[in-house]
Structure formats: structure tokens, C-alpha cells
Design a binder for this molecule. Structure first.
Ligand SMILES: [Zn+2]
Length: 287
């Protein structure tokens, strides 16, 4: 059964670890992440961007697939199905479709409009036991056509959004989606500490987890980050393993063309990186 992400993240804040959000794209991705979470007794959040939802034919398909997989695979660790960077309309669709957690990304609106829309969605989500993540200060890089400038969130605006009763907050602290550029200045820990001071124990979310050095991740967790989003890194691991299989000519040997064989190295590679992240975030045996 799907659960909201509220309880797992509140536990993470008090236990000083973080729960990974791993974005899914298809059945193989979902199966690899669920299996790894179960094997390591870790809570997990499955992230679905609007683009990925569309790719999988719609949010209803995603919700039905994930719920059925949890049952068929005998998954007992807490699993949240979370809309990533949702629009106002997308959020409503996912609430309908049975998602257990929603991110409403109103960071591109003026703060008053972000507040009004976030407030409305908090009420709808909480009436259905769904958790809500809000965002202040856009996150750099590009994700599914949404381009953010990588600003640092204003701690006062974070406090205004936090006071709406949201369950966790994504605040830009110099983090970027996708691969980090050579000249990246690193996370802004002063901004993180200032935000933490304003919002207290509300769990903070770190987007763009791919390529942030381990010591920065650990420092961020010590300062109140309880959810870390990983997307690009799984894609890169899948791509590299698939490339190796084909370059080695394995698809030309015997039944190597069978999709279940062709996709297997990528599947195993996702399991490797997800486990590595769970170790780094400290979520193993925290289910
Ligand atoms: Zn993000």
C-alpha cells in the first residue's frame, strides 16, 4: 500500500538521515527501485515528473502499476508515489489518480500566487491523507522543459510557505538539476542554515542530487535536509550499462535480443546506484 511521505520524512529529520526520491520512467525502473528498497529495508519515494507521467500514458497508469507492483512483489517498506515539480493542474490530476504525495512547484509564480495556490492544494491533499511539497526559489538547470535559474531561496518567503501547513519544503540553495557544471560554487550552507532557523523541524528537500559531493550531502542532512531527489544519476547508470552490453555484441549472441536480457544490465545498474545513495543518505534499515 502506498503511504504519504510525511511520516517517513519526519522520522528522517529526527533520525538525521534522508530518504531518497528516485524518479521512475517505466516498469524496469520502478521494479529496480522497489526491489532495492525492500532488500535494504529502506523507505523510498518514487518520483514522477509530468513528462514521465505522460510517457507512461498517464498518471492513472503509473498509480495502478506502482500499487500493483507493491502487492505482487510483496513490498513491505514504506513507499510514497510522488508527483515531481507538479503544475497546479497536474497536482489535481495526480490527487485524482491515487498518488500519495504531491509536489506543487509554484516557484515561477510571484510569491503571493505561489502562496494562494499552495494553500488551496494543502487543504485538498490533507483531506485525502496526501503529503504536499512546496518550492521556494527555483532550482537551477532544466527538468522536463522547466528551466530554473538556480537562485537561493529567501528564508522569509520559505517561512511564509512553511506556515501554510505544507509537509516538506524544497528551497533552492544553489543546487541544479542534471549534471553540475565545472565552475559550480557548491551548496550555499549559510542559506540552508538561515532557512532551517526560520522553519524549524519541517523537512527540507534537496533537488538535483546527482553529482553533489558526498561530504556536501552529509552536511546538508545535518542541517535538516530529509529528502534528496535523484534522477539523472539513474539515467546515466542505465545508459552506461546498456551501452556496454551492446558494444560487447551481447545482443547479437543467442537470444541476447530478448528485451528481458537487453534491459537487464541497465536494471542491475539502477539497483547499484540506488543502494549506494541509500547508504550515503543513511536510510538503510530505517523502514
Ligand atoms: Zn527538482
Amino acid at each position: 500500500m502506498l503511504v504519504s511521505a510525511t511520516e517517513m520524512l519526519n522520522k528522517a529529520v529526527s533520525g538525521k538521515y534522508a530518504v531518497g526520491q528516485f524518479n521512475i520512467n517505466n516498469l524496469e525502473w520502478t521494479k529496480a527501485i522497489l526491489q532495492t528498497a525492500q532488500e535494504n529495508n529502506s523507505p523510498v519515494i518514487l518520483g514522477v515528473s509530468e513528462g514521465a507521467g505522460k510517457y507512461m500514458t498517464g498518471f492513472k497508469t503509473v498509480s495502478a502499476m506502482v500499487s500493483a507492483m507493491i502487492e505482487e512483489m510483496g513490498i513491505t517498506v514504506p513507499v510514497a508515489l510522488h508527483l515531481d515539480h507538479g503544475s497546479y493542474d497536474g497536482a489535481k490530476k495526480c490527487i485524482e489518480a491515487g498518488f500519495s504525495s504531491i509536489m506543487f512547484d509554484g516557484s515561477h509564480y510571484p510569491i503571493e500566487e505561489n502562496i494562494a495556490k499552495t494553500k488551496e492544494l494543502v487543504e485538498i491533499c490533507h483531506s485525502k491523507g496526501i503529503s504536499l511539497e512546496a518550492e521556494v526559489g527555483s532550482i537551477g538547470g532544466e527538468e522536463d522543459g522547466v528551466v530554473g535559474a538556480g537562485e537561493v531561496a529567501d528564508p522569509n518567503e520559505c517561512k511564509m510557505i512553511a506556515d501554510l501547513g505544507i509537509d516538506f519544503l524544497a528551497a533552492g540553495i544553489g543546487n541544479i538539476h542534471g549534471k553540475y557544471p565545472e565552475n559550480w560554487k557548491g551548496l550555499d550552507f549559510d542559506a540552508l542554515a538561515a532557512t532551517k532557523e526560520k522553519i524549524g523541524d519541517l523537512p527540507l528537500v534537496l533537488h538535483g542530487g546527482t553529482g553533489i559531493p558526498a561530504d556536501m550531502i552529509q552536511k546538508a542532512i545535518s542541517l535538516g535536509v530529509a529528502k534528496i531527489n535523484v534522477n539523472t544519476e539513474c539515467q546515466l547508470y542505465f545508459q552506461e550499462a546498456t551501452r556496454k552490453y551492446i558494444e560487447a555484441g551481447k545482443d547479437l549472441e543467442g537470444k541476447g535480443f530478448d528485451p528481458r536480457k537487453l534491459l537487464a544490465p541497465g536494471f542491475e545498474a539502477i539497483k547499484v546506484i540506488v543502494k549506494e545513495k541509500m547508504e550515503l543518505f543513511g536510510s538503510i534499515n530505517k523502514a
